[in-house]
Design a protein around this ligand. Structure first.
Ligand SMILES: *Cc1c(COP(=O)(O)O)cnc(C)c1O
Length: 388
């Protein structure tokens, strides 16, 4: 039987074992230890930011990012519908309400529609954006850099400034993506808005098993991020806590993995780039009614996830592609179910969602691990090309 070609799995052949062994031998495995500081420092250096705060997961980081942005009960937060649900659930943790936006052809939030929504559906009173249909205060926008692409950051930052909105970058899929030109030339995904959040879940470009990181150019926000993620301890000796905190720390074991993974990040990106270009040169509409979705021209993407787009829907369905590849021991998956159609969000407000349905029906993600060989890529292409 052929070996399974998985969708996206960890690549742990660097210093992972060495650093984790060191953490164990020195008996620092929990919430203290040198690897946590080291990971935070090296992560911040990579991104050219002052500080980074490690946390328990991307979801935990997004939860704290909303709190640090001042989101409270009964506020509203604008979110994408085409994303992983963890980008949206933290809004609910705070008893705030999501408003769902459409995507554009980058799969990220459609900033044209965002602007139109703020103009047409809201009032701007006393420096607050008020949703006309609910009377509620819209406090923030969560922007997701889908699959390692970049959302249109100049557009969202302009809108946010005009309407006094906080912007949270969900950069959980886009570590390493940065602008090559324009207003944010050289800036990494996650470092442009008020707060950026990264994830080190097992399927992400680098992994710590589970874990996350928060960055902000505002050092007070970073101090509060650390404080809230470590039980809001005001006096460690007398156990004084002046706020409700969280146990959202990263462990030293996870950080040891993270340090080793970060050493290889640029190498992983170069492999992903190469494999992506092999796919792209073979899977295009003239030949087989399928094509690879691209990334923005003005960025260096991290090429995290590869998306096949079904051009010819008479010939293909996503189900047919996924099942047929599975028969050949190749893992693939559909894009996420739209969040506004999930049970907890059926009553949430939506705004002109159109494109997200199309991409939902037509996108299939194919193997993209950083340890995927060129032979395996060619096998995937060959199997895709004979689906009829
Ligand atoms: C992975 C992911 C998250 C959540 O990260 P975890 O570390 O798994 O909690 C959030 N948003 C998006 C878009 C993701 O892909």
């Amino acid at each position: 039987m052929d070996k399974l070609i998985p969708l996206s799995v960890p690549n742990l052949k660097g210093n992972e074992l060495k650093y984790v062994t060191d953490a164990i031998e020195t008996e620092w495995v929990s919430a203290g230890g040198a690897y946590i500081d080291r990971y935070e420092t090296e992560f911040a250096d990579y991104l050219n930011v002052e500080t980074a705060v490690a946390c328990q997961s991307g979801t935990a980081g997004l939860h704290l990012a909303l709190i640090l942005s001042g989101v409270e009960k009964d506020h509203e937060v604008i979110v994408p519908t085409l994303t992983f649900i963890a980008a949206v659930n933290p809004v609910k943790y705070l008893q705030a309400y999501p408003i769902f936006m459409d995507c554009d052809d980058s799969l990220c939030m459609d900033m044209g529609k965002l602007k139109e929504f703020c103009q047409a559906e809201c009032d701007f009173i006393d420096n607050e954006l008020i949703n006309k249909s609910t009377g509620k205060h819209i406090k923030a926008v969560v922007v997701v850099h889908v699959f390692g692409n970049m959302a249109d950051m100049p557009a969202v930052m302009d809108i946010a400034e005009k309407y006094n909105l906080k912007v949270i970058e969900d950069a959980t899929e886009a570590l390493g993506t940065y602008y090559l030109e324009g207003r944010y030339k050289g800036k990494f995904a996650g470092t442009i808005a008020d707060i950026g959040v990264y994830s080190f879940n097992g399927n992400k470009i680098i992994t710590t098993g589970g874990g996350g990181m928060m960055v902000s150019s505002d050092t007070d926000i970073m101090k509060r991020a650390k404080y809230l993620s470590t039980q809001a301890k005001d006096d460690a000796v007398d156990f004084i806590h002046n706020e409700v905190g969280y146990n959202y720390r990263m462990t030293n074991l996870q950080a040891a993995l993270g340090v080793a993974q970060l050493e290889q990040l640029e190498h992983f990106i170069s492999i992903k780039k190469e494999n992506y270009s092999i796919y792209k040169s073979s899977i295009n509409d003239e030949i087989n009614g399928l094509r690879m979705l691209g990334f923005r021209d003005d960025i260096r993407p991290n090429y995290w996830f590869y998306s096949v787009y079904i051009v010819n829907t008479e010939k293909y369905s996503r189900k047919k592609i996924i099942e047929s590849l599975a028969n050949d021991h190749i893992q693939s998956r559909p894009i996420w179910g739209l969040i506004h159609e999930q049970k907890p969000y059926l009553h949430a407000q939506t705004y002109k969602i159109e494109k997200a349905f199309d991409y939902y029906n037509r996108v299939v993600n194919i193997p993209c691990s950083s340890n995927l060989s060129a032979d395996e890529v060619n096998k995937v292409i060959e199997k895709i090309s004979v689906i009829s």
